[in-house]
Design a protein around this ligand. Structure first.
Ligand code: NAG
Ligand code: NAG
Ligand code: NAG
Ligand code: NAG
Ligand code: NAG
Ligand code: NAG
Length: 331
């Protein structure tokens, strides 16, 4: 009799667990559905960075939290803009994707250095044959982007990664590139990008229609490593830093900042000192290598209708000349 009761009790517990997992859409392990909030333990850096004059809202928290992203969107006007610069008409996609993440924190809870020295590592071919790896690894914060590999390029670009910005068409899917210490940041350009993340994290079927290139079908990052970049950061890059027009002529595709430019804008919001490596486009040299990896050449960038590389080059040249940032790949 007692044995039966124990068996019934155990199966009830098991059934409860299974139902819970189905209800909360977690296919592998059960995560308590806590409301994701930011923990503001880090003291702000008290001395002003060299680039302070570039920013209107230097204290802006770059990662979205389920608890307050809608409130923040209304106070910064992001509720009035469509993606990629706002959340209008995509609120539910943001909510669903965010509900699958486990943190919106900026830095590790044991990190108590308020003034950070950061390096943003672009994927430019200019990093080839330069041995900047050790230098890059010496920074507090190392920001990388897309599928710019560390593996096999340690001498050129270092080993450590603090943040890696990505989008569905550009993220690693090969587990050899895993890094448990990295925080992976989704930059959202379209509602589908959020749907893609949500589907990957719930283990659902991935719809690959509507992407400009086949998106990754598996993620090498765990939910606790992933954040969603607030579109306000991309808006700041486009309007405040690059001065893109708000409306483009009918015969022109709207231009958006490159991931590199978005990464630099992120760095301005979280760092005290920003150094750059691997940022160079020479559009008149079509045969020069585009990246420090692979075989793509500059001619690929030249055809790009989505970005305005000229505007970005002028901006970078300006901030290097004013000593707002330091160009590590200077000869
Ligand atoms: C890098 O060095 C290798 C071997 O020394 C050479 O073949 C290659 O052309 C160099 N690449 C660049 C971009 O300078
Ligand atoms: C990750 O962090 C651990 C502990 O700090 C360290 O030993 C390891 O080398 C780091 N790995 C990478 C790839 O940075
Ligand atoms: C760009 O490449 C062209 C052709 O190789 C060269 O003449 C020019 O000096 C380069 N410009 C810069 C800024 O490096
Ligand atoms: C780049 O080109 C070389 C030589 O043509 C080839 O062996 C290599 O596989 C190519 N790499 C990539 C990533 O396509
Ligand atoms: C790119 O930016 C430059 C500099 O701001 C501007 O003169 C040019 O018209 C822009 N080109 C396009 C296609 O938007
Ligand atoms: C950094 O310096 C190198 C070498 O002088 C130059 O080619 C590159 O364009 C510079 N980067 C930027 C973003 O100006």
């Amino acid at each position: 009799m007692r044995g039966y009761l124990v068996a019934i009790f155990l199966s009830a517990v098991f059934l409860y667990y299974v139902l819970h997992c189905i209800l909360w859409g977690t296919n592998s392990y059960w995560v308590p559905p806590v409301e994701m909030k930011r923990r503001n333990k880090i003291q702000p850096c008290l001395s002003k960075p060299a680039f302070a004059s570039l920013l209107r809202f230097p204290q802006f928290h770059p990662f979205m939290c389920t608890a307050d992203f809608q409130k923040i969107a209304s106070s910064y006007g992001s509720n009035k803009l469509y993606l990629p610069y706002g959340i209008r008409a995509s609120e539910e996609y943001f909510q669903l994707a965010l509900s699958k993440l486990q943190s919106c924190d900026l830095f590790d809870e044991f990190d108590n250095e308020p003034c950070k020295r950061c390096v943003v590592v672009g994927n430019g071919g200019i990093l080839k044959n330069k041995t900047l790896g050790e230098k890059i690894d010496s920074y507090d914060v190392i920001i990388r982007m897309n599928n710019g590999p560390v593996l096999g390029h340690e001498e050129e670009v270092g080993r450590r990664t603090t943040f890696r910005l990505f989008y569905p068409e550009s993220v690693f899917s090969d587990p050899s590139h895993s890094d448990p210490n990295a925080t992976a940041i989704l930059t959202v350009f379209k509602p589908l990008d959020l749907k893609w993340l949500e589907e990957l994290l719930t283990g659902g079927k991935i719809n690959t229609n509507g992407f400009w290139k086949k998106p990754a079908l598996n993620l090498i990052y765990k939910p606790h490593q992933i954040r969603i970049l607030d579109p306000f950061i991309i808006r700041t890059a486009a309007y405040d830093l690059l001065h893109f027009p708000k409306v483009f002529p009918k015969n022109q595709k709207p231009k958006h900042p490159t991931t590199g430019m978005i990464a630099i804008t992120l760095a301005f919001h979280i760092c005290h000192e920003v150094h750059l490596a691997g940022f160079k486009y020479n559009l008149s040299d079509l045969k020069s290598p585009l990246h420090y990896y692979g075989n793509a050449t500059m001619s690929l960038m030249n055809k790009n209708a989505y970005h305005n590389v000229t505007a970005e080059q002028l901006f970078l040249k300006g901030i290097i000349e004013k000593n707002f940032v330091i160009n590590l790949t200077e000869d």
